[in-house]
Design a protein around this ligand. Sequence first.
Ligand code: PRX
Length: 675
Amino acid sequence: MSEKENGSGAHYAVHWQDEDNINPPAEFIGQANMTDPGVFDRFSLDKFPECFKEFADLLDWDQYWHTTLDTSDAPCWNWFVGGKLNASYNCVDRHLAKYKNKTAIHFVPEPEDEPVVHMTYQELYQRVNETAAVLRDFCGLKAGDRVTLHLPMTPELPITMLACARLGIIHSQVFAGFSGQACGERIWDSESRVLITIDGYYRNGKLLDHKSIGDVAVEVALKEGQEVDKVLVWQRYPGKYASASPMVEGRDYFVNDLLKQYVRVRVDPVPMPAEGILFLMYTSGSTGRPKGVQHSIGGYLAYVAWMSKVIQDIHPEDVYWCMADIGWITGHSFIVYGPLAIAASSVIYEGLPTYPDAGRVWRIAEELDVNIFHTSPTLIRGLRKAGPDEPAKYNYKFKHMTTVGEPIEPEVWKWYYKVVGKGKAAIVDTWWQTETGGFLCSTIPALSPMKAGSAGPGVPGIHPIILDNDGNEIPAGAGKAGNICIKNPWPGLMQTIWKDRDRYVATYFERYCKDPNSKDWRDWPYMAGDAAVMAADGYVRILGRIDDVINVAGHRLGTKEIESAALTVEEVAEAAVIAAKDEIKGVVPDLYVSLKPGYEASQELAAKISGAVSTVVGKIARPRQVFIVPDMPKTRSGKIMRRILASISNRADVGDVTSLSNPEIVEQIRKQVQD
Ligand code: PRX
């Protein structure tokens, strides 16, 4: 691999030994949704694309589709063409006949003295309909319009998403931890004229003022040229305003007030084309501007429904808890759309997992009798550190557990398996991305053995291949890393990047497409942007990103976004972000800056730069440390050598630096950082 690729987050996994196989527990196999080994044959490449009918048939269609895959606009694939359906109907209405009194959403507020809300499918149906009436009749929104949501982890978030989907409105949910600036840029890019937010929510024992962030977002969007004419504000406690920021007359409205006009109103679900747009989800890439990943209605929903059933093994009577935030793709696919499409009971927890103490997660699991648990390596590491013996104190039993979002160290995996799962749960390590809608690599929990630290082979219908930089296949078992690609399209893959088809083609396909005019899917392998190795048994181990993206606590951040935030500080001349290893979060950003002439380094300045990153991007992007250095190590052509800075932060060998234009600076920076 090139130097740049080695300089990515990849380095820390590459030394792991291949681990032994562990078989899934017999008790799990006995009840699993998928125990037929013939599934791999049903989804072999020669059965492509018709095999995906099995996915589509999990849904109810208003009009059945006639063409499984249309490749005429390659590589923008159209799935289930001719079909019409409604995502909200599929996630709510169709379950009423059998499950109207079953819990759809268990909402666990952060304050432990507030009761858990068990919302049935009937109640969800009622609330989605009434909210849809507000969107349609009060806001005048219709199919194809975009709406930005900036909502935290309360039931109002899935209710609003499903209300949008009911009308064919495209929702763009921005993670609540993102700043007003970041939210405003996404409002602008998606051209939303309605923002939906909440007055406040709990995090770490505090009722945070959230509405004020929405005010900033509206201002930022306006400066960019997008006017927001309505801000809908949910209330954490209906009737009791929890924000210090004033409501703007004629612009801001309490949703709870508006709903009073729409009590028991029913809104017919709008039959939408399968290839219509369900939502946008902004994610970080190599350039500063986040990209609006655009997901379809039919293909996406069919994909996440099948994955929820087969890989998550969700049955309607299970209690399923995914600890991700709905503001990220994991929450969209595996808290909301996938589980609700198959009539699950899905848990939503508002707050910090370790609030008020390290036992909270296990108490919730015990109280609700959660039996499927889904989280990230960062959270597993954090829970292990905060209370390694806590799980044993609580009487819960998981049949199935998921890890997602980052590579998991075998040691951490083993704690998850033995202590959290008490040796009785099947574990799946699912590798996928915002762009891919659902899982790409994972074991099928009842069919394949688990291997600590490996995501497993491609899921049915996904055919991964590892390519070197020249496009040659690196065979399984070769022990060499390369770029992981998927040979074929699949229904959950994004349709394009919102308003930027060129960027879609350039980012994911250009490198390995031999004929840009080809309409044959075989010519368009999807390049994921991760480095990976494939073992002889086809199990894939993901090493990390090959681009300028770092995965902080499973949250994807572009180094360029953080660097440009630092450059908004007057004194800063140059900025470089690198991924520094961290015991809990996997990696964290370290920020190196040099100053314009005439300015002096100081602690106050470092704090100001760090503060600028929080304001522009959000607290999750705040650097672990800001190092103000006299100069950046540079190549003769003037390129900043981030790899060298990363080695310094990670106390690794900096290698040969003699070809730099300023080799002497390396030792100076090393002393400053390490001594
Ligand atoms: O580098 C891979 C890592 O997370 C990236 C995708 O981030 P995002 O779009 O935010 O989606 C996260 C949740 C799906 C990937 O390019 N990643 C995701 N899952 C795994 C992983 N790395 C290792 N193992 C995984 N299971």
